[in-house]
Design a protein around this ligand. Structure first.
Ligand SMILES: Cc1ncc(COP(=O)(O)O)c(C=O)c1O
Length: 380
């Protein structure tokens, strides 16, 4: 139950047993075409989608090195560890970062973004982490931000690695020029692939101004995409797994998948609240995919998570950066459903009790169960 890698179904695991084929063959082109159709469907885009053999960071780096140059000025939201990393990555290419900050556990507001656009000229881009995995806080104003960036002639880039596939992300409607996703989170695939959606505006810029890069040069990916190939050898088993994961998501229906994530997150927050725990994020920005909870007084992070793993086989993540040891995080992502929520809540409640914190587990479970009864897919 970590915020990535998440549980991978046996169907998706079995997809990796597909024979290793020549990636310069009609068989691969057909597979790639199918994967692209599914991916574009989930990004809800008529633009380009690129799959990279890299973890999510590779996609974020590609979004930076293909758009930004030394001397560019960029707005970046910073409200957690991944926002900080993003700002660092942007500075690495020599661009100037103008931070739009908020305290951890909260997010900047759309008014903060509007002010930043008013106070700064010649901005090349707005970069946003849509779901801050380190704090469990989510941005809810992507559509408005897309309008602001587009009116200012700036690119709008979103690191949606920890909520793509769990929250609605219609990239064309939101005017997102580049949206980064990772295979190992809400898409419920093994780690190792990342995806980027690329708008026509971003594509044109990249084609006209190709970066001095080799592997993460998106212009090469566009060229090879014309024949349904990748410029370099793709991680074939992971491609087959991702294709199966996307097929499963589309079969359930994107709206239903998103609703399932929202219901499971609500069941987690409500159940944990009933046990007497406090969530780390402000309620109005709480994430639908990463549940971050403060530890009650006296509960040791390492011991708590080791007990959960040893006694129940439930693996949670801790806090990191400045919140190391202060909170725990649950990945409510991908295949998450009734079973995962109830088992995880039970394991947490029982472990807290054993460690001396009187968690009200019975009430927590009955409240969560009533929320989970709203799930439309009974199998999960
Ligand atoms: C918001 C966000 N950005 C970037 C990353 C980095 O992704 P990866 O570890 O796949 O490179 C993560 C991973 O957790 C993330 O949650």
């Amino acid at each position: 139950m970590t915020p990535g890698p998440t549980n991978v179904s046996s169907e998706v695991m079995h997809a990796m047993l597909h024979p290793i084929i020549n990636h310069r063959s009609p068989a691969f082109a057909a597979a790639m075409e199918g994967l692209m159709i599914k991916a574009k469907n989930i990004f809800q885009t008529n633009g380009e989608v690129v799959v990279l053999t890299s973890s999510g960071t590779g996609a974020v780096e590609a979004s930076i090195t293909n758009i930004l140059r030394d001397g560019d000025s960029v707005l970046v939201t910073a409200f957690g560890e991944f926002g900080e990393r993003l700002a660092e990555q942007i500075q690495d290419v020599g661009a100037t970062v103008i931070r739009i900050e908020s305290e951890y556990g909260n997010t900047p507001t759309i008014d903060d973004v509007r002010r930043a656009f008013e106070q700064n000229e010649n901005l090349k881009a707005l970069y946003v982490v849509s779901n801050e995995t380190s704090t469990g806080a989510s941005i809810r104003w992507l559509k408005e931000a897309g309008d602001l960036a587009s009116n200012a002639g700036a690119f709008f880039v979103v690191d949606a690695i920890s909520n793509f596939g769990g929250d609605s992300m219609p990239v064309d409607e939101y005017k997102i020029d580049i949206c980064c996703a990772g295979s190992q989170k809400c898409l419920a695939s093994p780690p190792g692939l990342s995806m980027l959606s690329i708008s026509e505006k971003a594509r044109k810029f990249i084609v006209d101004n190709p970066p001095k890069r080799h592997y993460l040069n998106l212009q090469r990916y566009f060229k090879y995409a014309e024949k349904n190939e990748t410029p370099f050898t793709p991680a074939l088993p992971l491609y087959f797994a991702l294709d199966r994961s996307l097929e499963i998501i589309l079969a359930e229906g994107i709206d239903r998948v998103i609703e399932r994530h929202a219901i499971c997150a609500n069941a987690f927050y409500s159940g944990l609240g009933e046990m007497g725990l406090n969530m780390f994020a402000k309620p109005e920005v709480r994430s639908n995919t990463v549940i971050a909870m403060n530890y009650p007084e006296g509960i040791d992070d390492k011991e708590f998570r080791a007990r959960l793993d040893a006694n129940y086989g439930v693996i949670l993540a801790g806090g990191f950066g400045r919140y190391l040891g202060k909170l725990f995080r649950i990945g409510s992502m991908g295949t998450v459903g009734r079973y995962h929520v109830i088992v995880t809540l039970t394991a947490i409640g029982m472990t807290l009790k054993k460690m001396g914190f009187e968690a009200n587990l019975d009430d927590a479970l009955s409240l969560s169960s009533s929320i989970l009864s709203k799930l439309s897919t009974s199998a999960r």
